[in-house]
Design a protein around this ligand. Structure first.
Ligand SMILES: [Zn+2]
Length: 310
């Protein structure tokens, strides 16, 4: 994040320098021989010209193969949109207490795998940066996940304000469809509310539509799918953890479920399903990612074909 902020500042500074050709401090006293200061209209015209020049710039190198906006250069985003990638998915995750083996960023790891799979299946979509902060319970007094250290919670108001500004930024750049998906329970109401509010605010004639896709968050369906297709017979251990979430996390980083440390203590399983060897667990995780991506892609296509969907 630090690097991104510094880079943004540099762009602003360069643009400002280009525009401020005659700073007031360099004007001679009395103004007799001074070049007349530019009018607001002239400054606006210069800025428009600079913007036109920037947009006309050809990408000097090949684009990298990623669907994540934050991994792309602005030229790669511009060109991807020109080439038809005008749907953008905003994934929301969370930082929360889980079972004894899982990193607090569980939902963020999951979104890393699933958003990419969804975007690639759609073919016409990019992924906005994952939103890691979501409502996880009361802060003062602490309730729900917030009772446990490591959890970071947003109020419903902050979460909705954050989503509103993210979606509005994406609309300003001309994305046609903004898709909200959330991997955790506390995210669902906020996303639904923001999609409804912005749909109302933008109006029926808006070129940009926003859609909350609840079908993404259907863990009971995923459990059934795993039992039927991966042959799992789970015996619940009572942790905030299960093999569906664990194997999906392992496709991104096996350390996020502490696989090495668990193997050392003969605890490399959850609910009776083995997580070692890693290759087997990752292969299961990839199948689950594909299943969840397909369910979500089907729901997105349905939403986009129905103009009244929020
Ligand atoms: Zn959660």
């Amino acid at each position: 994040m630090h690097r991104i902020a510094a880079a943004c500042l540099a762009v602003v500074t360069t643009a400002s320098l280009a525009l401020a050709q005659t700073p007031a401090a360099q004007q001679p006293e009395g103004g007799g021989q001074a070049r007349p200061q530019r009018t607001p209209e002239e400054r606006a015209a210069a800025q428009a010209e600079e913007t036109r020049r920037m947009f006309a710039m050809e990408r000097p190198i090949d684009a990298v193969d990623t669907v994540w906006i934050e991994e792309m250069t602005w030229l790669e985003v511009r060109d991807a949109m020109k080439a038809g990638k005008r749907t953008v998915i905003v994934p929301t995750g969370g930082v929360e207490q889980n079972g004894p083996y899982l990193a607090t960023g569980k939902h963020n790891y999951v979104n890393r795998a699933t958003c990419e799979a969804i975007a690639r299946k759609l073919g016409s979509a990019l992924c906005a940066p994952n939103v890691p902060f979501v409502p996880e319970g009361g802060i003062e007094p602490k309730t729900s996940h917030m009772i446990y250290p490591g959890t970071i919670s947003l109020s419903e108001e902050t979460f909705q304000a954050l989503l509103t500004d993210i979606a509005s930024s994406l609309k300003a750049h001309g994305f046609e469809h903004i898709i909200l998906i959330g991997d955790s329970g506390g995210n669902q109401t906020g996303m639904k509310t923001v999609a409804a509010n912005l749909t109302g605010k933008w109006g029926a004639g808006s070129k940009t539509t926003i859609h909350f896709i609840p079908e993404y968050y259907q863990y009971p369906e995923a459990y059934k799918w795993a039992a039927a297709n991966l042959g799992w017979k789970e015996v619940p251990e009572g942790h905030h953890d299960d093999p569906t979430i664990s194997t999906i996390m392992m496709t991104v980083d096996p350390n996020s479920v502490r696989i090495k440390q668990r193997v050392a203590k003969k605890k490399a399983s959850i609910n009776g399903i083995p997580l070692a060897p890693v290759e087997q667990a990752v292969a299961w995780g990839k199948k689950l990612v594909d299943y969840r991506a397909q369910v979500t892609v089907d729901a997105i296509k349905k939403a986009l074909s129905n103009p009244t969907h929020e």
